[in-house]
Design a protein. Structure first.
Length: 653
């Protein structure tokens, strides 16, 4: 056989199978492959694939296409729904180089009127994993881009209390169509969910090169979200650039959605620019409101570490002090209206104590503190508050690391002066271990009690130091168990003479000042020095010394029961012809304190005046005369004397 003839025979032998295959396909089509494909799928996955329509193969390199009509693919027996996929038609592009490496990669999938149900079960089982047990993360089909017309999608995860059903439709099924519109409803992590929106015609599930346009409006529980922008890779969220608006009843309700602990707040609404790349999420140049306070700034979360790390720089032009209540565990309205009205008589005794409390008593949720590390700066230029709370500028830096929350500094402007605090709460322990160090400087008396009419003309500055440590899961419980010191000092200044005469019960001088008008008298010193043990503040020194009267106080304040038990004794420095001198008792609770005199002593002095008046009208004044010591006292000695006084309390009425 000649070489040329041998070559022809060889070529014929090689081309014969190809020609036979082409002839076979030309006569019988590709439908003969349906059986082998279905049997191979059942063998590999344990789940039935049925191709009831025609099967077509379109050759191309490196991505041939397969088109199949009337396709269903079953769910595993544990799933709720019988079928994972049912579609009138399916067209897929196969990445042949990846297939040769035993990786199933579908660069593009087109579905006509699909019904798709995805489900995650117990033990890590996922119905989209194609191994026999649905647990091998490598046994999955990778789909880069998905196109579909009218269809339904469902997702269930009983462990996460999630069940969502959505409907999708397109105005045009061609690639250049108007895109996809969708609606969804169900529940997400136990919260009711409703959503609607629109996107591009091609869903970029894993496409890292083309951002997918998306516009959505959804509500999850009491949280509303509006988003408009692009997402790169819908499954991986590898990048994001969106205008994002949020609204809700409390920032704390974002925890189920984001897995990051935010503090409890009043109702809020924000609008800003959300950017995501790599491990960084950044909500920048946002503005909005929390309660009646405005808020603006930038918030960034880095998810690349042991736990998410949040940084925020926030500013407020007008901060309503009532909006701070939820942050410290105060009940609604209790911060703005510190002097709560007494409950009506119809209320039961069981509800009265909780409503009468002033100190915040709602517990902190420390179980979420280890979900994030945070560094947050907040400044507020103006503070809207009740007249009883003379606050202005706020500057604070919050740090949360390994469940230890620190406010350093926490600075307020208070009554013309300032208050500087460092507070730490150790959430690693139950109950929380708390420590507060507070310094008060140059606080003006006249502004400190703006609602006290007689105090408005007073002059003087208050300085103080607080150092308290306690334990508890609310501010109230921390104070109820606290130990430490509380001290306030006023050196020099002037104060309302009318106020001092009223405290001294000097009737003649009060009448005189009513006629001539109030005056200022020298304030020599004022000292309040309390030792605190297990929530009981005992007065080591309680002195108020003016050129008219010296007031020396004794007693205690119970932070746990929120009760006052103080006795104020006056010593006048000038003879008063008419005075009902008596100790003044400060009793009751923080919400409604009672101030009263010793009725027995006042009555005795009044009866004495009446008896002497019967004998001689001029003698009636003798029991009412307060001669006084006639000279100023040494403030240092007063403090030393006060610390040696027995802690007596007056009679209760």
């Amino acid at each position: 056989m000649t070489p040329s003839r041998l070559l022809k025979w060889t070529a014929g032998l090689l081309l014969a199978p190809v020609l036979l295959a082409v002839l076979f396909v030309a006569i019988f089509g590709w439908n003969w492959l349906r059986g082998p494909i279905e049997r191979m799928t059942l063998d590999k996955t344990g789940r039935e694939l049925a191709i009831s329509g025609d099967l077509e193969l379109k050759f191309g390199w490196p991505q041939p296409r397969i088109h199949a009509g009337a396709v269903t693919f079953a769910n595993p027996p544990w799933a709720r729904e019988k079928q994972m996929l049912a579609a009138d038609a399916v067209e897929i592009a196969i990445d042949l180089p990846q297939l040769l490496l035993r990786h199933i990669v579908l660069p593009e999938v087109r579905l006509e009127r699909p019904v798709v149900f995805l489900e995650q079960g117990s033990g890590g089982r996922k119905n989209w994993l194609l191994d026999l047990n649905q647990q091998d993360e490598q046994a999955r089909i990778r789909i880069d881009r998905l196109m579909l017309d009218n269809g339904r999608l469902g997702y269930d995860d009983a462990g996460q209390k999630t069940s969502i059903r959505s409907e999708l439709s397109t105005a045009n099924t061609q690639p250049a169509g108007a895109g996809v519109t969708f609606t969804a409803q169900g529940q997400y992590k136990g919260l009711p969910l409703k959503a609607h929106g629109s996107g591009g015609p091609v869903l970029g599930l894993r496409d890292e090169s083309t951002p997918y346009p998306l516009k959505a409006d959804l509500t999850v529980g009491h949280t509303g979200v509006k988003a408009d922008g692009t997402i790169t890779s819908l499954l991986k969220f590898s990048a994001m650039d969106m205008r994002l608006a949020l609204r809700g009843e409390s920032l704390a309700q974002l925890f189920p959605l984001l897995g990051v602990a935010f503090p409890a707040t009043r109702a809020y609404a924000t609008d800003g620019h959300l950017l995501h790349s790599g491990n960084t999420w950044r909500y920048e140049k946002f503005s909005g409101r929390i309660g009646d306070s405005d808020i603006a700034g930038t918030l960034q979360v880095d998810t690349g570490g042991k736990r998410p790390a949040m940084k925020a720089d926030l500013v407020s032009k007008l901060l309503d002090v009532a909006d701070l209540g939820p942050l410290i565990g105060a009940r609604p309205g209790s911060v703005q209206d510190a002097k709560q009205a007494a409950p009506p008589p119809s209320q039961t005794a069981a509800t009265t104590p909780a409503q009468a409390r002033v100190l915040p008593d709602l517990p902190f949720k420390t179980d979420r503190w280890d979900s994030v590390d945070a560094e947050v700066k907040l400044s507020a230029k103006t503070i809207r508050r009740a007249k009883e709370l003379p606050l202005d500028d706020l500057v604070t830096h919050l740090s949360l690391r390994d469940s230890v929350l620190t406010l350093d500094p926490l600075n307020f402007g208070v009554a013309g002066g300032h208050l500087n605090a460092v507070i730490s709460l150790d959430g690693r322990k139950d109950p929380i271990q708390a420590h507060a160090q507070v310094r008060a400087r140059k606080i003006l008396i006249a502004k400190l009690f703006p609602t006290v009419e007689l105090n408005k003309t007073s002059i003087g500055q208050v300085n103080g130091e607080f150092d308290l440590a306690g334990k508890g899961n609310s501010v109230g419980r921390m104070l109820a168990s606290s130990n430490g010191k509380v001290g306030l000092v006023v050196a020099g200044g002037e104060i309302s003479k009318m106020m001092m005469e009223k405290i001294g019960l000097h009737l003649w001088e009060i009448l005189e000042l009513k006629v001539t008008g109030d005056k200022l008298v020298k304030l020599r010193c004022a000292v309040a020095d309390f030792g605190v043990k297990e929530g009981i503040m005992r007065a080591d020194a309680l002195i108020f010394d003016t050129e008219v009267t010296t007031i020396v106080g004794t007693g205690s304040i119970d932070l746990g029961q929120e009760k006052l038990d103080l006795t104020l004794n006056q010593k006048t420095k000038n003879t008063s012809p008419v005075a009902l001198r008596s100790p003044i008792y400060v009793r009751g609770n923080f919400a409604k304190p009672d101030v009263e005199v010793d009725k027995g002593r006042v009555a005795a002095r009044a009866l004495g005046a009446i008896a002497l008046g019967i004998a001689n009208p001029l003698l009636a004044l003798i029991p009412l005369i307060d001669a006084g010591p006639g000279k100023d006292s040494d403030c240092g000695q007063l403090v030393r004397d006060a610390r040696t006084l027995p802690q007596k309390t007056g009679p209760r009425s």
